[in-house]
Design a protein around this ligand. Structure first.
Ligand code: HEC
Ligand code: HEC
Length: 366
């Protein structure tokens, strides 16, 4: 691999990191790398700026390198600074829920990586959403929205939140009225959209704000960028294990460690049935009951409990769950018990922790 890389025009040096199988390819100054050449050489591997990431013995490859482009915004909702700032205000404003008690940030807490610590979510008038609150960090990269992927975009999701009884709980008309009764919004919407607020422009601004919630600066990201001491020895072993023996990477691949697919791993199986139909409700195929979107693995330190139903309280419990191959007697997409030693389990947990930011303090009001 090294010599093939060196054969590419303009390559000055090739270094292979000891732990991560990340090739750092440096091109001579002034050379524009021939991306097609690199892609061809590493069919199925990721190429990202100066870094090529290669799986040791598998084709599926992960792009851990950090220089991710910002999430693409749809044409009709550019991420202008004004729109993002307006969306941020809306995100924290309780006046915009029917009974004045809820904002997005009540459940998606900026101090918890935009997730929450409770197992399920209590909304307006005590109505419960029977699912675990996911982090909104890097949500702009996701191909579908929600644990069951029932929405296609953040715009669609945000508009849906308006009439959702537990979230905003108003008709579009009622929300329009509420927004128009608040002077600052009348002015801000006018500035950004050149007209008075509507539920549609409300959703556009909220979506633009959520798309701005991008973080790629965890200890693991620093490690992947070349700082070998950014994570502990144990986390490094865990990372190798994640890809090799434990084989988490078949599903948890890509910059956010989730491939966007829907799979069965058996969470919510009570011995007879799945408590939550998951994907089946979206697709209409009863055979998809219990299938959920592969969860991204960033910021887990802040977002316990885990899984769509919050049924696993700690990362240790998560690793035990996979080690035992999910629920007993239930066929899933998992490939059998992992037979991890205690040390290997610890290492995996350390690796998962290294995908979290060290701090979460976000100023929500300027
Ligand atoms: C009462 C708590 C609560 C409130 C308030 C709330 N959410 Fe959520 N949010 C949840 C829960 C629970 C889920 C998971 C639901 C599911 O997957 O079916 C979720 C999921 C999401 C997702 C999907 C994330 C992903 O990974 O796919 C987005 C985006 C989101 N919420 C944005 C918002 C916005 C914007 C608001 C404000 C308009 C908001 N939420 C208000 C509880 C809440
Ligand atoms: C067959 C695909 C598959 C494999 C293999 C897999 N996962 Fe998952 N993972 C999923 C799915 C699907 C979910 C969401 C399941 C749910 O909530 O019902 C998930 C959820 C998780 C969560 C919860 C995240 C959160 O925010 O709640 C963690 C942590 C996790 N996986 C870690 C791992 C680790 C560690 C391994 C390897 C030991 C692994 N996964 C192997 C598919 C997989």
């Amino acid at each position: 691999m090294r010599s093939a890389l060196k054969g590419i025009d303009g390559v000055q040096s090739v270094e292979l990191s000891a732990y991560a199988d990340i090739y750092t390819v440096t091109f001579r100054p002034g050379v524009t790398p021939d991306e097609n050449k690199v892609q061809e050489l590493f069919k199925g591997c990721a190429y990202n700026g100066r870094r090529v990431v290669v799986e040791r013995d598998r084709k599926s490859v992960v792009d851990f390198a950090v220089a991710q482009p910002r999430p693409a915004a749809p044409e009709d909702n550019p991420s202008t600074a004004g729109r993002v700032a307006l969306g941020k205000r809306l995100f924290t404003d309780k006046r915009l829920s029917s009974d004045g008690t809820m904002a997005c940030s009540t459940c998606h807490s900026p101090q918890r990586a935009f997730a929450s610590t409770s197992t399920t979510a209590k909304g307006v008038r005590g109505l419960e959403i029977p699912r675990n609150v996911p982090t909104l960090v890097n949500v702009g990269y996701r191909r579908s929205i929600f644990w069951d992927g029932r929405k296609k975009s953040l715009e669609e999701m945000s508009l849906g939140a308006v009439e959702h009884p537990a979230i905003i709980g108003m008709t579009s008309d009622e929300l329009n009225e509420r927004l128009r009764s608040i002077r600052e919004y009348v002015d801000l919407f006018k500035e950004e959209f050149s007209k008075p607020p509507t539920a549609q422009t409300f959703a556009l601004a909220l979506a633009a704000y959520q798309r701005s919630l991008v973080r790629h600066d965890t200890p693991f990201d620093r490690f992947a960028r070349g700082n070998e001491s950014a994570i502990s020895e144990s986390a490094r072993r865990g990372y190798i294990n994640f890809r090799d023996k434990a084989n988490c990477i078949t599903c948890h691949s890509g910059p956010d460690f989730a491939d966007g697919a829907f799979r069965f791993i058996g969470v919510g199986w009570d011995g007879k049935a799945y408590k939550d139909p998951g994907r089946a409700k979206v697709s209409g195929h009863p055979g998809e009951a219990g299938r959920f979107r592969v969860a991204p693995l960033r910021e887990l330190v802040w977002t316990a409990p885990y899984m769509h139903d919050g049924s696993l309280k700690t990362l240790e419990e998560v690793v035990d769950f996979y080690n035992k191959n999910g629920p007993e007697g239930k066929r899933t997409d998992l490939h059998g018990p992992l037979n991890l030693t205690d040390q290997e389990k610890k290492d995996l947990v350390e690796f998962l922790k290294s995908l979290s930011s060290e701090r979460w303090t976000v100023a929500m009001r300027e």
